[in-house]
Structures are given as C-alpha cells and as structure tokens.
Design a protein around this ligand. Structure first.
Ligand code: NAG
Ligand code: NAG
Ligand code: NAG
Length: 401
C-alpha cells in the first residue's frame, strides 16, 4: 500500500521536468496550450490527492482494525494468562495429591510385601523340607555301625589314585585312575581280572580328552564323573561306552576354592554315590573350614540341593555317603587311627552319638579316597598305593518324625 501511495505524486514531478522554455511565453497558442496542460496537471493532482486521501482513510481504517484486533488480542492474552496461571495452580495441587496417594500406596505395598515375604519364606521352607524328604526318602534307612573287615585287593605303588565299580549300573567292570592328575583310565573286565592283571585279558585303556584333578571321581550308570583339571569347579560327565564328553557343569557355592581334606591336598571336589544318587563334597564360599554337601541330578547335571555341614576340613582325609548321610573320616596328623568323627544327616536323624565305634583298621598313612558303592554296600579305598575293600556293618536307623 505504501508503494501505491507514492505513485501519483512522483508522476507530477516527472511531468514538470518536460515544461517548454520561457521565450515562447507570449505566444497565445502557447499560453493556451500551457493552460490546458496545467489543467490536465491540476486534474491529475486532484486525482492524486483524492487517491492519497482514500489511501490514508483506508490506512487509518486498517490501523484502527489492527488496534481493535490488538486490543482484543490483549484481552485474550490476559485471559489466557490468568487461565494458564490458574491451570498451573491446579496442576501443582494435583501433583501434591498424587504424591500423597503414591505415598499411601507405597506404604500399603510395604506392609503387603512384608507380609508376603514372611508367608513366602514359610512356604518356601516347607517346600524345601518336602523336596529334601522326597530326595532322601525312606527307600533307604540304613546307617553305618562299624567297619567289619578289610581286604587288600591289589597294590599299585602310586600313593594317590582312585578305583571303583559302576555305582549305579550292574556292570562288573573295575576302573582304576592312577595319580591325582592324569587322563588315562584303565578298565578291567571284573574284580578278578583286576586282581590277576593277566596279560591275556588285559585292561582297556581309555584316554580322556581332559585330565582329572584329585581323587574324587565316580563311575555312575556308565558315566565317569570327574573334576576337570585346570578349572576350579567344573565337573565332566564322560560317556565310557562312546568315549565322549557327554556333559559338563560348574559346581556353584564356592566349590573348588580349597582342598576339601587337610590330608588329601590334591582333591578339591569329591564326588560320591549312594542309594539316593550323585553327590559332591566341596569347600564353601567363605574361608576354608567346613565341608559343603551338594546333591546333583546326574541326567541334567542340575543342583538339587546344597547343605553347609558342621564337618571340618582340619585333619580330614576322606568322606563318603551312605543312605543320604555323610561320614567324614579323620586322622590326627594324617596317621592312624582313622575314624569317622563327623556325621551329617540332612534329615537330622543320624548324629555322632549314634556312632560309637567307627574306627577303620589301623593303617600307617591317610587314605587317598574312600567311596561307598550302594550296589555291593562296601567301601572302595586307596591307601598307600593299596586298593582296599572295607566291608561294613549297618543297622536300621530311627524312623523319620
Ligand atoms: C476493517 O474491518 C472491517 C470490519 O471487520 C472490514 O470490513 C474492513 O474491510 C477492514 N478494513 C481493512 C483495511 O482491513
Ligand atoms: C599320566 O601318567 C603317566 C604315568 O605316570 C605319565 O607318564 C603321563 O604323563 C601322565 N599324563 C598326564 C596327562 O598327566
Ligand atoms: C525314593 O527315591 C528314589 C530315588 O531316590 C525313588 O526311586 C523311589 O521311587 C522313591 N520312593 C518313594 C517311596 O518315594
């Protein structure tokens, strides 16, 4: 609009620049001509003034419109402002109310969850108890009374080693693992073949893909279970038939941190089999001291349950399980007499005071291993390079309350 307002006025100035020179002023025709031109110019100016006026009017109207609109805008703005202020106030109040409700809700949850955890704990304990009783059910109710006799089956000079029959299957085979770290397993057809060691029916030699650590190995249902050397807590399940590693597991709960028995320092994890299945005896998560007992599911290699036992590592040399009860053999300073002085029964029915006479036949040195075989119900032991069988006397234990 500003451009349009300028337009006619600059046209007038432009035309004035073309006026004829003054020497022709006396000429009447010229005067008439000039007069006419001036009239035209005047008319133009008049028009220009009118247009300008119209423009100015329009502009005034426009600015009035704008100021009206601005005025309205201002009212709206102040309305909005108070509305916004009001809203902020309400939001603040709502926030406070929400905070309070939140606080009430949390308090409720706290009370609820405390009640819940207590109830859950009681329930969990009851379930644990039930699970343990199912694991260690009344299908087996013997307890050890005494070591009845000793039979030295063979002498292999190595001071450390383990030997065994399959504690789960019905095979007559005898396995021998010489030394506390190796990968060679000897398999004899039966006990007689092992005793005679005749070259005719020589043993089968199995080279494991991994070496074992210590003397805690067991053979159970066709698998050799052993502590994998170089690892602190890995158990290998080796298929003796297929000669392959079937499975492996990491034993939890601080296993493998320390030797389990003071007088058998190469053994960090001792495995055992009894009427209830496969077990591991190992160190706990704290400083070395007490033995931890863990029940393992042999098919899945899952941990079924773990117990901290009161049995100490000091002066211990070996341990075994019979009917769900752990018997730990001790000897003062590693020499005889060898005696079970700590017993741990997860169900609490067998205690030391029930076992007055658990001495082993006198041996000058401590045992490298002692394992129970639930099939023939005798102990297989390694002592000073001798492979020994201990026959046992057992009796029925107190019924479970
Ligand atoms: C001013 O407002 C009136 C009424 O709203 C409208 O008719 C008119 O065209 C407006 N004028 C201008 C220049 O905006
Ligand atoms: C296993 O024992 C034999 C005989 O003592 C020894 O020669 C061999 O090096 C040992 N193997 C391993 C892997 O320790
Ligand atoms: C007891 O447990 C063994 C496995 O440990 C199982 O074979 C047997 O069926 C169970 N017996 C009862 C009565 O629960």
């Amino acid at each position: 609009m500003m451009v349009a307002l300028q337009g006619p006025c600059s046209l007038v100035l432009f035309l004035a620049a073309f006026l004829p020179p003054p020497q022709h002023a006396q000429d009447p025709a010229m005067v008439h001509y000039i007069y006419q031109r001036f009239q035209v110019l005047e008319q133009g100016l008049e028009k220009c003034t009118q247009t300008t006026r119209a423009y100015i009017q329009e502009f005034q109207e426009f600015s009035k419109n704008i100021s009206i609109m601005l005025g309205r805008c201002q009212t709206h703005t102040s309305e909005y402002k108070s509305a916004v202020d009001n809203l902020a106030l309400r939001v603040e109040r709502a926030q406070r109310e929400i905070d309070y409700l939140e606080y009430l809700r949390e308090a409720d949850i706290c009370i609820e969850s405390e009640e819940k955890t207590l109830a859950e704990k009681v329930l969990q304990e009851a379930e644990e108890e039930k699970k343990i009783r199912t694991l260690l059910n009344a299908s087996c109710d013997n307890m050890l009374m005494s070591i009845k006799s000793l039979k030295i089956v063979k002498k292999i000079m190595d001071p450390d080693g383990s030997w065994m029959k399959d504690a789960g299957g019905n095979s007559a085979k005898v396995y021998i693992l010489i030394g506390s770290r190796n990968n060679t397993v000897w398999e004899f057809a039966n006990l007689r073949a092992f005793m005679e060691d005749s070259t005719k029916s020589g043993p089968r030699k199995l080279i494991l893909p991994l070496s074992w650590q210590g003397t805690g190995q067991v053979v159970y249902k066709g698998f050799l279970f052993f502590h994998n050397q170089g690892t602190s807590n890995e158990i290998i399940k080796y298929n003796l038939q297929k000669k392959t590693v079937e499975d492996r597991m990491l034993l939890p709960g601080g296993a493998g941190r320390a030797p389990i028995y003071q007088h058998s320092l190469s053994t960090y994890i001792d495995l055992a089999v009894d009427e209830h299945g496969l077990w591991a005896i190992h160190s706990g998560p704290g400083i070395q001291g007490h033995l931890v007992l863990t029940k393992i599911e042999p098919d899945t290699l899952g941990v079924e349950h773990s117990w901290d036992t009161p049995c100490r590592n000091q002066d211990a040399e070996a341990s075994f399980l019979l009917c769900g009860v752990l018997y730990v053999v001790y000897s003062s300073g590693g020499q005889g007499p060898h005696r079970v002085t700590c017993v741990y029964d997860p169900l609490g029915t067998v205690r030391e005071e029930h076992l007055p006479n658990l001495f082993f036949p006198r041996r000058p040195r401590s045992h490298s291993m002692i394992h129970y075989n639930p099939r023939d119900k005798q102990l297989y032991a390694w002592n000073e390079g001798n492979q020994i069988i201990y026959k046992l006397q057992t009796k029925k234990r107190l019924p479970l309350k």
